[in-house]
Design a protein around this ligand. Structure first.
Ligand SMILES: [Cu+2]
Length: 589
């Protein structure tokens, strides 16, 4: 049995093996009727799937099958973190923590393969961060304990066993880890926001279902290289979701929990773009509000936006949608071979293709001005690309659309329907947070600069020419000082969302950005609105160099640390686009 076949076998076993030993989740609770052409958006309640759970004491999180827990998919395999508190039963609870709290839990592995929880973006000593070295075998437990020291923000948790992060996350193991602090509480009160009602976590994940409505995940070699895309986008576990809203302010906390899909989000009403006010990024509030019309959200990233519906009319509909963009899968471009991707299997699939190494952004097609845009359902043959040879890269029209949803296509994610009732007007404050000024970092001394090159080697992705070796530490941070890290993506590449464990970072600059990205920049350094806050995951486009500032003195963990940096395209991560880095002992040692 080859390693991959064996892995596939283990995965299937994980999904079925323990189903009998745990009570099956009542599927009928989620057999939701479609209403107004959509499904009511599941909002986090006091229990159940994605219920709100503020831990009191020590929590048990059991990673286990939860067949039928996915709304409207009664027979589908699913995995979830099971928890109970005060008699309430939760699956994938949205954990709600207060800064300063001592978080205590125990993970129980009731899968049939190793697992471990990564607290994504959360400050934890490396031994608590879900390093794959610490994955526990089936039937075993892992103690979790750390003080919550992060600033308030939308963090999350998901598995991190090496080679299995993609399938375990895909089959359901993921949820939010929301931290609150004084600043956050004051702001929420000011804006009249209530978590679960008007402050809504939205988990965005694309999935693929078979004819029976069962989740499937079986990426081909090509999909492991490119990332596996689903044909249905779920919001909090449900597709075609509709939120019935009041005429007031809403905060949406968007988390891209897909394995590979990048979203390019906009809000429209009656075909017109509507402003979204950026409030926070991966690791908490930004300094001041920024109005945006669109933004990219890559796997692992979070964005918090405010949507003001106080001036909307009763019955008015808003749509949170993916806006067409060039996914820039350029890994084969310019080489003239274009092999390995096969022919486009359908017109829709062609929409996933890269554009022959050319920066399509801003190009004119048939007289149309298409800034950073392509026609998702257009056959290559139909495209006339004046002045460019379109011959090469044609075989590039891969089948990533998988008969459905090309990454750069236009499609709705969530519809918001405005209900009756009086308007409640709240003023958005001019300042959200006393975020440290970026210029202080730029002018300050960055002790060291490290470059990490992102490139393909054959059918695998590498970081500075390396792939993951569990027991090797190719990157050693010897002094706990601020450093500049630069992710340098090749032109003949694809977008890689790079995630660094253990230390939040600030984005200093973007160079060589494609036009569809550059057009969003807020300053001469090329950074985007969604780069303005603290981050833990940053999307690096083909040809781009993204510079980050990391401060290895904060948090000041005790003893030498061994953290990970990796691509958060989970197929890439599982295939080894990941490195260990160590940080030398600090003052606490
Ligand atoms: Cu990647």
């Amino acid at each position: 049995m080859s390693a991959l076949t064996r892995r596939e076998f283990l995965k299937q076993a994980a999904l079925t093996g323990l189903a009998l030993s745990l009570p099956s989740w009542p599927a009928t609770a989620w057999s939701l009727p479609k209403k107004n052409g959509g499904n009511p958006l599941p909002l986090p309640g006091p229990s159940g799937l994605y219920g709100l759970l503020a831990p009191e004491g020590r929590l048990t999180l059991t990673a286990a099958p939860a067949q039928g827990a996915l709304p409207g998919r009664p027979g589908s395999p699913f995995l979830a973190y099971h928890a109970t508190q005060n008699g309430a039963v939760f699956l994938n609870p949205i954990l709600r923590l207060q800064r300063g709290q001592d978080f205590q839990a125990e993970m129980v592995n009731s899968l049939t393969e190793p697992t471990i929880i990564h607290w994504h973006g959360v400050d934890t000593d490396w031994r608590q961060s879900g390093h794959p070295l610490l994955a526990v075998p089936p039937g075993e437990r892992f103690p979790i304990r750390f003080p919550v020291t992060n600033r308030a923000g939308t963090y999350w948790y998901h598995p991190h066993p090496h080679g299995l992060t993609g399938p375990q996350t895909y089959f359901g193991l993921a949820s939010f880890f929301l931290v609150e602090d004084e600043e956050e509480r004051a702001l929420a009160q000011d804006l009249g926001l209530e978590l679960g009602l008007t402050d809504i976590p939205l988990l965005l994940q694309d999935k693929r279902f078979d004819a029976k409505g069962h989740l499937v995940y079986a990426p081909s070699a090509e999909e492991k290289f490119m990332g596996s895309l689903g044909d249905t986008v779920l919001v909090n576990g449900l597709d075609q979701a509709v939120l019935t809203a009041s005429r007031r302010l809403y905060r949406l906390r968007l988390l891209n929990g897909s394995t590979a899909r990048i979203f390019h989000l906009e809000l429209t009403s009656q075909g017109q773009p509507q402003p979204m006010v950026l409030m926070g990024t991966d690791a908490g509030l930004i300094g001041s509000p920024v109005s945006m019309e669109r933004f990219f959200l890559a796997p692992g990233e979070r964005v918090e936006i405010l949507v003001d519906l106080s001036r909307a009319k009763e019955g008015q509909e808003f749509v949170l949608a993916n806006r067409p963009f060039d996914p820039m899968h350029q890994e084969m471009d310019m080489a003239g071979h274009g092999g390995g991707h096969g022919e486009a299997k359908s017109p829709a699939a062609a929409g996933h293709a890269g554009m022959g190494g050319m920066d399509m952004s801003g190009m004119k097609m048939d007289g149309m001005d298409m800034p950073g845009m392509k026609m998702p359902n257009m056959k290559k043959d139909d495209m006339k690309m004046g002045g460019h040879d379109n011959a090469q890269g044609d075989a590039h029209g891969d089948a990533h659309g998988q008969g459905g949803l090309a990454e750069g296509a236009a499609y709705p994610l969530l519809r918001i329907q405005v209900g009756p009732g009086p308007a409640q007007v709240r003023k958005i404050p001019a300042i959200f947070s006393s975020l440290p000024d970026l210029s202080a970092i730029q002018t300050g001394s960055l002790a060291n600069t490290r470059d990490f090159t992102l490139a393909a080697r054959g059918q695998e992705w590498t970081i500075s020419g390396l792939t993951y070796a569990m027991h090797e530490t190719p990157v050693r941070v010897e002094a706990r000082e601020p450093e500049r890290w630069r992710f340098v993506n090749q032109v003949r590449s694809m977008p890689h969302p790079m995630h660094v464990h253990g230390y939040p970072f600030r984005v200093l600059s973007r160079q060589g950005s494609p036009a569809q990205v550059k057009g969003l920049a807020v300053n001469p350094s090329g950074i985007l609105p969604t780069d303005l806050g603290f981050k833990d995951t940053v999307l690096v486009w083909p040809g781009e160099t993204v510079s980050l500032a990391l401060d290895f003195s904060t948090p000041d963990y005790a003893g030498e640390q061994t953290f990970l940096m990796h691509c958060h395209n989970l197929e890439h991560e599982d295939q080894g686009m990941m490195l260990n880095f160590t940080v030398a002992e600090g003052t606490k040692s």
